[in-house]
Design a protein around this ligand. Structure first.
Ligand SMILES: Cc1ncc(COP(=O)(O)O)c(C=O)c1O
Length: 423
């Protein structure tokens, strides 16, 4: 069944066309990828960019010969496109590296060296542990921690954050969206509160990245980290930071590397082919945005306008997926954690954690696997959240995480298998 959902623009979301751009979806036949929060598939353009790099310019940057100059140019291009993806003011605010966790560690280590009197760090129990343990490690350097805890409904509440702030607040580390529950956090309001007491905000956008518009200017954040492999790129990570903050950060670098961003944050060789792949992933999103502009009020926009249009269309389409998942899970009597009321669907992305009375999470995911559906069970790397939800760490929850190339037809197959389990 082909299913197209109408967008606010009056156009339909071209899911079937987009699926043809993802070779892995074609190869999988009837297999269903519902574990996208752990890593998404990549479009053909990403393969092509990586291959081209390995074939045409598999050399070190910084030389005076053509292939080496081409590496420098490719990295510069990727910095511009990823800068556009997050709405950076300056491409030099973007750094490339191994993954999100290593960037959080890099920034936390730098902040740990400059704590002084302002030594309070606010962490949440909604986050992936990568954005918690990295900060807690600063206890040895004199950091004091305040916990912004999720309420019973699985949400972070701004009134609770306000209670934690003081002139000693150095930084709030929080997610833009929860990788376990799919809840979206009002990060702009959080940034306003933190800035009002002179603190900074570090955003983990790894989970939100594939679902909505990253915008460091609208978020008014100070740092933002993301992983390429969650946003239709290869295994790599990138960091955005306010230029003047990155300039001041103490980071490790060899003496001959200038103390300026992004070089001071990119010690050693990054995986250039993956940087090229990430550039191509942004290209895929921009192309999607351009194709949607070719409607009645169409016209060529800026690359940023194309990305904004693509992400808005993805957000709209995915809202439909969330609603259908909520309906199917409700019909199967699943206990959905976090936002389960269809009226609140705008507060979530289509990442759904649930448990089924009397059936272990592992039994559910094994049954799904036998039916060709990839989903995940366990603590989702958010062990503190599992504790908060009263779920045993060893078994945790079941998570189905969808992105824009998933379809309502796939949800119905998932529902058929689940209803077979729940009777
Ligand atoms: C919300 C979130 N933050 C951080 C990470 C860690 O990212 P990486 O594997 O790039 O270090 C993940 C990975 O699943 C995640 O979902």
């Amino acid at each position: 069944m082909s299913f197209h959902m109408s967008l606010q623009t009056g156009q339909t979301f071209p899911v079937e066309r987009l699926r043809t751009e993802f070779p892995a979806l074609q190869r999988a036949g009837s297999g269903i990828f519902f574990d996208n929060a752990a890593g998404a598939q990549v479009p053909q353009g990403v393969f092509d960019a990586i291959n081209e790099h390995l074939l045409e310019r598999m050399v070190q940057r910084g030389g005076r010969y053509p292939q080496s100059i081409a590496v420098d140019e490719s990295i510069a291009r990727a910095r511009v496109s990823v800068g556009t993806l997050v709405n950076a003011r300056n491409p030099h605010e973007i750094a490339f590296g191994m993954n999100a966790t290593s960037f959080i560690r890099l920034i936390s280590l730098a902040i740990g060296q400059s704590l002084g009197e302002r030594n309070e760090i606010i962490v949440t129990d909604l986050d992936h542990e990568a954005n918690v343990a990295t900060w807690l490690a600063l206890g040895a350097l004199g950091a004091v921690f305040r916990w912004w805890r999720v309420r019973e409904d699985g949400n972070l509440n701004l009134e609770d954050l306000a209670q934690l702030l003081s002139p000693r607040t150095r930084l709030l580390a929080c997610p833009v969206a929860s990788n376990a529950l799919g809840t979206i956090v009002d990060v702009r309001a959080a940034a306003d509160l933190v800035h009002a007491v002179g603190g900074e905000i570090f955003l983990d956008s790894v989970h939100f990245g594939p679902h909505g518009c990253l915008d460091v200017q609208a978020f008014d954040c100070d740092y933002l980290v993301c992983s390429g492999y969650k946003i239709f790129g290869p295994h790599m990570g990138f960091l955005w930071g306010r230029y003047e903050l990155l300039e001041r950060l103490p980071t490790f670098r060899e003496d001959f590397i200038p103390d300026t961003p992004p070089g001071k944050i990119e010690a050693g060789t990054v995986v250039y082919e993956n940087v090229a792949g990430m550039d191509a992933a942004v290209g895929y999103l921009a192309r999607l945005g351009r194709s949607l502009a070719a409607g009645p009020d169409g016209g060529a926009g800026t690359p940023r306008a194309d990305i904004v249009r693509a992400m808005q269309a993805i957000l709209d389409y995915e809202r439909g997926l969330s609603l259908e998942m909520l309906r199917v899970l409700h019909d199967c009597k699943a206990r959905v954690h976090g936002i389960s009321d269809p009226a609140q669907v705008a507060g979530r992305v289509p990442t759904l954690a649930f448990n089924i009375e009397g059936v272990t999470p592992a039994a559910v995911t094994e049954t799904m696997a036998r039916a060709g559906i990839g989903i995940r069970d366990g603590h989702m790397y958010s062990p503190r959240l599992m504790q908060r939800l009263g779920l045993p760490l060893a078994s945790g929850t079941i998570r189905a995480s969808l992105v824009h190339y998933n379809t309502v037809a796939e949800i119905h197959r998932f529902g058929d298998v689940l209803s077979g389990l729940t009777g």
